[in-house]
Unconditional design. Structure first.
Lengths: 82, 169, 169, 82
């Protein structure tokens, strides 16, 4: 299993803060994104945004990194703190 | 840092520990006191310069801002801020760094964020504090929602913040 | 600064006055309170950023500094600091500037100088505060004498301070 | 008459913080410096320093500016405040 988190405008648009997903073999974040986009038209639309950032285990990462079982993956819009 | 010529072997571990930069990183709903942070920073040994930045909820004359709402990624925010502070301390030889970021609902004029650094010299203190703010603005997982006379909207990230951060690379 | 759309003709003089930068320039023997200065700066309307710099009497591990003695040119120091602050405010659109410089005999760790600025945005606040310090270091008529284990000596001006100030030209 | 002030290491070396000087016709600061150097070997030595700064009526200036009766002129080493 992996844990997937959404934040900010993305969380609000998806009406989803987190979900669990089974993961049998390690896959790239880009692969995971493709799977998520297939969940619904809402997910497909919201996750089409090229500006989205992702973090693997609370560390910013590119979509090429490998996700393994037990990992925490997060997707969110460009940050606006400060 | 110059070697301490009077340092004895017995004192070495303690002395070495003093030379490590001190970090104080907080993400909190509560307000903060610049004075408390400053007093901590100013007490850092052999420091000649303390620079602080405080970001406030800014209103516009023609935009009746009611509130800003700050959402964050619990756990990651603290890690990201510590990473940024650590990189700044190495790069600019900072002796102490404090970063406090508030979350939740904040009214106009309220304090949002504080960055404070202590260093031997003013140039590195200014650069270190600005570096931390520029990275915080583009790397720390925090998002602002704006409540004003026109309704509610997520604040859009600014290209200028991205450009500002890339100047340090 | 954006025009205030709700501004009536009757209010104009008062509104315009608020848009002029506020300056607070002091040369004094007495110590100062960063908190007091900060609260004044943070109350500036429509400001999102407050940057402060405090310079402290810095000791070295191997230099047993006893005191710094600050001499100045009464009358000219205040004028020079106000000129520097005014130039910084125009150049970086600062809304409020405070500069306090102490004179007399100061012990290690004591506060020497404070520069605080309020601005709409962080970039101009950082630049404005650093500009003021860089000009103060090369243009304000103040001189330091150092009392340490080796005796007493006038502090020499640094070429690096000159170079730092010339970067702004 | 004009008023002449010295500060910092220069004041200490000259053992003089200020002096009054008659001035019949306006003259350049450089001219004034030459007159001061002729006062004594001490003045000649101390005022030979090329790094000295000068101020006319509390405003930094070059040695080419004209001094007039009633003016305040100051000479001092490079500043070291902050």
């Amino acid at each position: 299993m992996i844990k997937i988190l959404f934040f900010g405008a993305l969380r609000e648009r998806l009406q989803c803060a987190s979900l669990q997903m089974p993961l049998n073999t390690p896959c790239a974040v880009s692969e995971l994104l493709n799977q998520l986009r297939q969940q619904s038209a809402l997910f497909a639309g919201a996750l089409a945004d090229n500006n989205l950032l992702c973090a693997l285990n609370q560390q910013l990462c590119g979509t090429e990194v490998l996700v393994q079982s037990g990992d925490e993956v997060a997707f969110f819009p460009p940050v606006t703190g400060g | 840092m110059m070697p301490d010529l009077e340092m004895t072997t017995a004192q070495q571990p303690e002395q070495k520990q003093q030379l490590q930069p001190k970090f104080d990183i907080r993400v909190q709903h509560a307000d903060f006191s610049l004075q408390d942070v400053y007093q901590q920073l100013a007490a850092t040994p052999y420091c000649g310069a303390v620079v602080t930045f405080v970001g406030l909820v800014r209103d516009h004359p023609e935009l009746q801002l009611q509130a800003l709402e700050l959402e964050h990624y619990p756990g990651m925010t603290e890690k990201a801020l510590l990473q940024i502070a650590t990189e700044a301390a190495q790069r600019f030889d900072l002796k102490a760094v404090t970063v406090i970021h508030r979350i939740g609902v904040l009214a106009p004029q309220q304090q949002i964020v504080l960055v404070g650094v202590a260093s031997a010299h003013r140039g590195s203190a200014f650069a270190g504090a600005e570096f931390i703010m520029d990275y915080l603005k583009t790397k720390a997982p925090l998002w602002k929602k704006q409540h004003d006379a026109n309704g509610t909207a997520w604040v859009e990230a600014k290209a200028s913040d991205q450009a500002q951060q890339q100047k340090w690379q």
